[in-house]
Design a protein around this ligand. Structure first.
Ligand code: FES
Ligand SMILES: [Fe+2]
Length: 321
């Protein structure tokens, strides 16, 4: 899958991985099984038993181990096979192991490290929401396109008076003049005429936008594969500390956002190619300045990673940890 290597990707809501049973999700171009070990830590591996390829997500948790539904082989949280019921007294082949993926749980999400070795940074980077609280998960939605197309869309002022002509883009002037700033994986853009409205992307797949001085819209774009993405939308606010009022703010945002995003969902998945790039046919103009900055950041991050792992023939994703 076309991803930026050596980054943490926000891929699931923490609540989507329950305790007590394995679950299947397609993420990062792979069919994965997720479960929680005895200490509650989320775990993930390819959803394919190393014995004969059955889906481990159809299996069960037995104590701290994951049992395959087909012949009952059991695997510990690190992926090592610890039991072959048909041959309890024979040594277990070393290759009989799960292909595990490295996860973290933070900010109410599950994150996957898409890279080799120890993650740097050790914890997934997030936006600074100091003083804010999450007023709820507004909703989630699956779109049939590459996640980077949706990040582009959220960094695009010029589409507002067209796609959103009867909602947030009503009366929005068509000419736009955009400023862009980049600091490592953190990109910001704003209209020259309105520096208070700063859209931010934290690469590879997080975005936020202020709704006034005390509320943010936040979206994580979880890559499913090159042709699909799951959007997780949240509201962060610092208007209210009283939980019921915070809930009302979150609900109000949850009513408005799906209407706006449904408008984008009619257009963005129609873009071809589904995986955007600077060199694959799009003809950019000045109003695409922020999108070009994002695509340049992606291209540079991909080049840097491949230079650092010169001679390495593994693909960008799907690396065994
Ligand atoms: S296929 Fe999993 S134990 Fe045989
Ligand atoms: Fe939009």
């Amino acid at each position: 899958m076309n991803l930026v290597p050596d980054r943490w990707y926000c891929i699931l809501r923490a609540g989507e991985v329950p305790t007590g049973r394995p679950v299947a999700f397609r993420r990062m171009g792979e069919d994965l099984v997720f479960w929680r070990d005895g200490s509650g830590q989320p775990r993930a591996a390819l959803d394919r038993c190393p014995h004969r390829g059955a889906a481990l997500s159809l299996g069960a948790l037995q104590g701290d181990s994951l049992a395959c539904p087909y012949h009952g082989f059991r695997f510990d949280p690190g992926g090592a096979c610890v039991a072959i019921p048909a041959h309890p007294d024979q040594p277990i082949p070393r290759k009989m192991a799960l292909r595990c993926r490295r996860l973290a749980e933070a900010h109410g999400f599950i994150w996957l490290w898409n890279g080799h070795g120890e993650p740097v940074p050790a914890e997934p980077p997030f936006f600074d929401f100091t003083g804010y609280s999450c007023a709820g998960s507004a909703f989630q939605a699956r779109w049939e396109t590459h996640y980077a197309r949706v990040v582009e869309n959220e960094f695009d002022f010029a589409h507002l008076p067209f796609v959103h002509h009867n909602t947030i883009g009503r009366g929005f002037p068509k000419p736009v003049d955009i400023e862009v700033k980049q600091d490592g994986d953190h990109l910001s853009c704003w209209l020259t005429r309105d520096p208070a409205m700063v859209l931010e992307v934290r690469g590879p797949n997080l975005w936020r936008m202020p709704l006034g001085p005390k509320v943010y819209n936040f979206i994580a774009f979880a890559p499913i594969d090159d042709e699909a993405v799951m959007l997780y939308l949240r509201t962060y606010q610092r208007i209210a500390t009283w939980a019921p009022l915070a809930w009302v703010i979150g609900r109000a945002n949850a009513l408005i956002n799906p209407v706006v995003l449904r408008q984008d969902a009619r257009t963005v998945p129609s873009q071809r190619p589904k995986v955007p790039s600077l060199t694959d046919g799009d003809v950019f103009v000045a109003s695409d300045k922020a999108i070009v900055a994002f695509l340049r950041w992606r291209a540079r991050a991909q080049r840097t990673a491949s230079a650092e792992s010169s001679g390495d023939t593994l693909e960008e994703s799907g690396r065994d940890q």
